[in-house]
Design a protein around this ligand. Structure first.
Ligand code: 5GP
Length: 115
């Protein structure tokens, strides 16, 4: 069996995190190295390694994650000014934790294209 990822350890409460939302399907916590005033990591509790692992079976789960991010953006006060939802998939995108996650980042002006 492969070793637990850091995010699985956070789900299992083996390491602490600043959790801002949790339900039976997902967890949201503040990033340890925030890239903006709001930087929340939203993860499914189901162990999918990246976007590449998503199948039709996960459609409701992924939709749920976006509804949670929508609500978190509103609670963080960034919904109207705007924000980014980013998911890094694989080495070229600099994914460092092999557990599907979405970065909800906002509270400052971003540039485009991304680096
Ligand atoms: P990735 O680079 O894979 O898209 O994003 C992984 C994110 O997880 C990074 O932004 C990194 O700062 C964050 N991260 C890594 N380890 C921890 C941790 O132990 N706790 C928290 N809260 N965030 C972490």
């Amino acid at each position: 069996m492969s070793e637990k990822t850091i995010f699985k350890k956070i789900i299992d409460k083996e390491i602490p995190a600043d959790v801002v939302y949790e339900d039976d399907r997902c967890l949201a916590f503040r990033d340890i190295a925030p890239q903006a005033p709001t930087h929340i990591v939203v993860i499914p509790k189901k162990e999918l390694r990246s976007t590449n692992d998503i199948t039709e079976e996960d459609a409701s789960l992924i939709g749920h994650l976006f509804c949670v991010m929508n609500e978190l953006a509103r609670k963080e006060g960034i919904a109207d000014a705007g924000y980014r939802i980013v998911t890094n998939c694989g080495p070229d995108a600099c994914q460092t934790v092999p557990h599907l996650h979405y970065h909800l980042i906002g509270g400052r002006k971003f540039g485009w294209p991304p680096g």
